[in-house]
Design a protein. Sequence first.
Length: 371
Amino acid sequence: MDTFELIEKNDHEQVVFCSNKLVGLQAIIAIHDTSLGPALGGTRMWTYKTSEEALKDVLRLSRGMTYKASVAGLNLGGGKAVIIGDPNKDKTEDLFRFFGRFVEGLAGRYITAEDVGTDVEDMEFVRMETKYVTGISRALGGSGDPSPVTAYGVYVGMKACAKEIFGSDSLEGKKVAVQGAGNVARYLCDHLAKEKADILVCDIYENKVKAIVDATGATPIDPDKIYEADTDIFAPCALGGIVNDDTIPKFKFKIIAGGANNQLLDENKHADVLLKKGILYAPDYAINAGGLINVSNEFEGYNQERALKQAETIYQRIQQIITISNERNITTQEASSRLAEDRIRAIGQVKQIYAGSSTFTGRLGETATRR
Ligand code: NAD
């Protein structure tokens, strides 16, 4: 497909090709939509085989960020950047500083952060050239590890699902199978244990499982057995693509509510299969938005208490998604898209009407709590 056709297919606002032969920089910044605010999204460094592959990835990822920010009720748009290169070999200070200058050139229309293949250290170099960077360390006044806030959002989103399916949002006595014993899972299990849920947990590393078992009294389960676990709730907190043709027939769960990204192998098809099977799926980008809420808090001076309070609104978002899904008989995945698009349209229109007025600009780092 022609480059312009690719860019126009999902109405991207702006795509910036960044190149510097001297430092070997080849990067693409994609701004999908800024109706709600500046486009925020991480910088991924990856060994893309062609520039077309990199372009397709950055266009897909930046569009995803628009939906995530909108559903989270944030005053942010969607953007993303990719650097073509091997994160294990090609990282230099020069590379990230030159990249930082391109970000600076966008004058705040795009705000970056770490992502797959980049880390806080790389972002420190980017920050030497631009202030439009988030997700920096707590020591430098940033928001640091987003996992506690992500996990809290997953926890309250899970409660909203429980309310729909069991008539009460209490998780006491509910059986929850947690896949992955990493950062998000660890904090999630703490919340679940406090509420006296019955936790099963797995990981490919035994020591990680042991840490959670010791802290919460959870029961370990073999990673291969997790899909057929006889539990009420499945909380994927490890990998993407785990809801697919092979795993769905094994599911006995009534709810899927977890922190992992891209849980459905095929978004539309598998959301539909889950709906038909009567399994309530909390769309991943809606329930795991706590991480984005956490970094967006840096704009007003980071405060974890405020970030957690904002992540609590995920409960209402999931409820809204469920209501739309029930009323229109569509999947929760589709309902979530509708919710995101409706908000973008409505706020975009208000901004157009009040163009030039400073009286209607939502503040960054604020989440909409009412609709
Ligand atoms: P993490 O790397 O700390 O934890 C992931 C865990 O999954 C690791 O312990 C890993 O060993 C385990 N794992 C890998 N393959 C597995 C398998 N086949 N079976 C069982 N366990 C397996 O990552 P994290 O920060 O906890 O993030 C978990 C997921 O949530 C990821 O998909 C991430 O993209 C997503 N997410 C995280 C955040 C955040 O704030 N950290 C925010 C949004 C989304």
